[in-house]
Ligand binder design. Structure first.
Ligand code: FMN
Length: 345
């Protein structure tokens, strides 16, 4: 039994939450090097979320039986809630990879049409699919033939800020059998700049017959509650769920495991344990750094801690450094996680 599990009190204290429950799906976003089993375990230990997208899985590596594929396709601890996200530029490879994943227990299979990282987009994958509705439509047709489960696409607004084009593009995807869209309403070039245009989520929803989930810059519990009350079929959370893996439980009265205050030290150490248990040695340091890049934003001297952690070469050294920080700053060990009022719809 580890310290963290022992420390979670069974009693749940909710403030001001009596008349509010978000009924829409709340989803963990796909994030490369972050949305893996260890993070899902951590989120689940606080009460979980409705669906967990995996980090993008390379279709080529999966079909070619790459050395780390068993880690990428580990759906634990709640395989039925996992959406496997595939990335690739080749329709045949994506279809073959989707056929492999379709044999697994899952919530669905998703195709990445949103990643704008140059290394991905340059190959014709990610957001580059959005440059050609015909190419994307033909690829989806091939993938659809292999997938009996739910097929979804996560995308951005497109190469340009053109909502009419976005609607036409998504109608084509829908006509080829895509059953849900997750929209991060920024263009390829915007990366994380400018505000996401959440009004496009409602626009797209009105133009399609399939559900449209919104994503982008939800960075507080209040913002999540506000977005969940908006014109969408669900809200997908990325970076906030790394900083605050309890966020889903925090905004849902029904969540079973969230205490009034979260112990940040125990959460951080627990994450390191989970990482060591569920990820290959080769991935440990990069994945720990990725996680703490966001989690350390909970700390007053978070940037300093991130920089120090980035220099460590062992998870055990990271754990020592974190514990030393909390010994020096015991007042930062616990973070209150109050409930959130519904606010105006
Ligand atoms: C480190 C990192 C890795 C990401 N990797 C992926 C990915 O593998 N697939 C994908 O579709 N989007 C990826 N994204 C984009 C997120 O899914 C999401 O669209 C974006 O972070 C905006 O949501 P947020 O503001 O809630 O973080 C990534 C984002 C980050 C920060």
């Amino acid at each position: 039994m580890n310290r963290f599990q022992n420390s979670v009190p069974l009693e749940i204290i909710w403030n001001d939450m009596d008349n509010y429950t978000i009924k829409k799906p709340l989803l963990l976003a796909p994030m490369a090097e972050i949305s893996h089993r260890a993070l899902r375990e951590l989120i689940a230990s606080f009460g979980g979320c409705d669906e967990y997208y995996t980090e993008m899985i390379s279709a080529g590596a999966l079909v070619g039986n790459g050395p780390f594929e068993s880690y990428y396709t580990d759906g634990g601890p709640c395989p039925g809630r996992v959406v496997y996200q595939l990335a690739g530029a080749d329709g045949g490879q994506l279809a073959a990879a989707a056929a492999i994943l379709d044999r697994k227990e899952k919530a669905g299979i998703d195709i990445n049409m949103g990643c704008s990282a140059p290394a991905i987009a340059r190959t014709g994958a990610g957001v580059r699919w959005m440059a050609s509705p015909d190419r994307a439509g033909e690829m989806i047709r091939r993938v659809r033939r292999e997938v009996k489960g739910r097929l979804s696409v996560k995308l951005r607004t497109g190469m340009e800020d053109d909502p009419e084009y976005l609607i036409r593009f998504c109608r084509r995807l829908e006509s080829e059998g895509v059953e849900r869209i997750a929209l991060h309403p920024r263009t390829a070039k915007e990366k994380f700049k400018r505000r996401p245009r959440w009004e496009y989520v409602g626009l797209l929803r009105g133009a399609l017959g399939i559900p449209v989930v919104g994503n982008g810059d939800v960075n507080s519990p209040e913002e999540l509650v506000r977005r969940a009350a908006g014109d969408n079929d669900g809200v997908m959370i990325g970076r906030l769920a790394v900083r605050a893996p309890w966020i889903f439980a925090q905004v849902r009265r029904s969540a079973p495991a969230l205490p009034e205050r979260v112990n940040l030290e125990e959460t951080a150490l627990r994450f390191l344990e989970l990482l060591a248990r569920y990820q290959p040695r080769e991935f440990l340091l990069s994945r720990a750094r990725r996680f703490f890049a966001y989690f350390c934003d909970n700390l007053l001297w978070g940037t300093y801690v991130k920089n120090r952690l980035a220099r460590e070469q062992e998870l055990s050294a990271m754990a020592r450094l974190l514990s030393a920080y909390f010994r020096e700053h015991p007042d930062q060990r616990e973070l209150p996680v109050p409930g959130v009022s519904p606010g105006p719809a």
